[in-house]
Design a protein around this ligand. Sequence first.
Ligand code: ATP
Ligand code: MG
Length: 580
Amino acid sequence: MTADDGRTSAENVTGENDSTAAVNFIQARINEEQAAGADYTKVHTRFPPEPNGYLHIGHAKSICLNFGIALHNQGRCNLRFDDTNPSKEDIEFVDSIQEDVKWLGFDWEGRMFYASDYFEQLYRFAEQLIAKGLAYVCDLSAQEIRETRGTLTEPGQNSPYRDRPAEENMDLFRRMRAGEFADGSRVLRAKIDMASPNLNLRDPVLYRILRSVHHRTGDAWCIYPMYDYAHPLSDALENITHSICTLEFADHRPLYDWCLENVDYRSDVIVNRPRQIEFARLNLSYTVMSKRKLRQLVEEHCVTGWDDPRMPTISGLRRRGYTPSSIRDFCARIGVAKRDSIVDIALLEHCVREELNLLAPRAMAVLRPLKVVLTNFPAGEVQWLETENNPEVPESGTRQIPLTREIYIEQEDFMEDAPKKFFRLKPDGEIRLKSAYIIKCEAVIKDDMGRIAELHCSYDPDSKSGGATSGRKVKGTCHWVSALYGKPAEIRLYDRLFLKENPDDDSEGRDFKANMNPDSLTRLEHSIVEPALFNAAVGDRFQFLRQGYFVMDGDSTAEKPVFNRIVSLKDSWAKELKKG
Ligand code: ATP
Ligand code: MG
């Protein structure tokens, strides 16, 4: 068993020393506020996912940032479901989001809320705006509202309903709530400025009529608040001090502030005035991150589910074998900026590789087996040889591996017509079997079709690894597994899900799915693993010598374990670092 069973992760991030709280421009701003005498006593952030899909690695960045800032400042971070759009939301997503945040190592300390918890208060705030003459019921259709909104260069036109008296607006709004009007027939709009250079301030819609069963409030409501209205006020009701969101909301900030300025939300306990701060969202190369697109991949069966190990979802990364700490490490390394960029996925792979190098016990697995008969090794005999569990961590000790007359090596470790520089096995050539002996290829046995069926090799009894009698060296060392003691396994190798660095780029007029990699999954159903892996449990991680890091998958059965390759050993990021 590896120390960290990623599936149930109990390890929590506790703060000060965690790299997620490294100083970024948001923390710098908090430091300034506090130096100048902040108008709040405790930093309070929130992570506000919409429960319309599973969380992805981009959300992990936001989670690390929001919880990290709270931890760094001995503050608080809430989990809030932004469930104001009933038509796309589902309890399945609510559950998965909680699981994923916990798994990443963060704790909302019981402060889990739903925007729908505030529907009644938000409704009363809207009545306040109406009473103040700051909101009106508009009978224009969605299309008419769009058409009268103006453009970046031209002002919009006032709605003919803009000057309805407050009492009439109040009456109509109450009747909207009571269900007297058809879906889409009326909306409540803020009365701000149809000529504002900021389109978000041109009398934005605050409420719409929508008969849709909500996953929490059922059919109690037939009007639903819009995000730009519900979000600032939900923040206020939770005493949030810093409302961190992604850059595309920068233009919405004046509306965020308008709502807070014009609603009297304060009470004995609700004292903070939240401020919105924007940061650049994470984009990863060879990856799509929009929930809409990820959902499409799931619904159209392009992947096996939200937790397909090729998906950039937290649940996909978990099943792939990523550790929570490697994801937090990644989020810390990419930092928090105000400009959008694309992060190389090789950095994420580098983070998990670096961690698993220390964490993962070594094992031998032959992915594509080729049988080797050691002709001078007595049949029925077994030699137990010692090998290290992790050369990077000597205190992890050693284990015994069985050598028998018949073994398997990797098909690609033998070549019949080998070029000069091929330092693995070839006719009359020699290699060392890892932690065992040097063997020499004496004969290549073929089947009726002329394909290589097995190799006959001799082993040199004086060449035992670490033994006193032989100082003889050969260039190649290969991993191997005893044919008698080895166990069949299925091994799943993954490649990028998309071939294009930016799969969202539709400049060639093609759908993002056209950029999918048809070879993103290779299933090897006849692999052989060493007996030490008999006792592995789902979630255990290993380094299979020369093949990469692997995790035991939940599809495993008693007869046949299944291992996912997390990453190969080749670190293209480390290479970049050296070059750069
Ligand atoms: P998507 O576009 O993938 O559907 P979203 O922003 O609609 O994402 P939400 O559930 O609303 O998804 O996001 C919850 C929080 O996570 C928000 O604060 C959002 O800003 C943040 N977030 C979403 N995607 C990213 C990303 N790629 N990088 C950083 N933060 C993100
Ligand atoms: Mg959203």
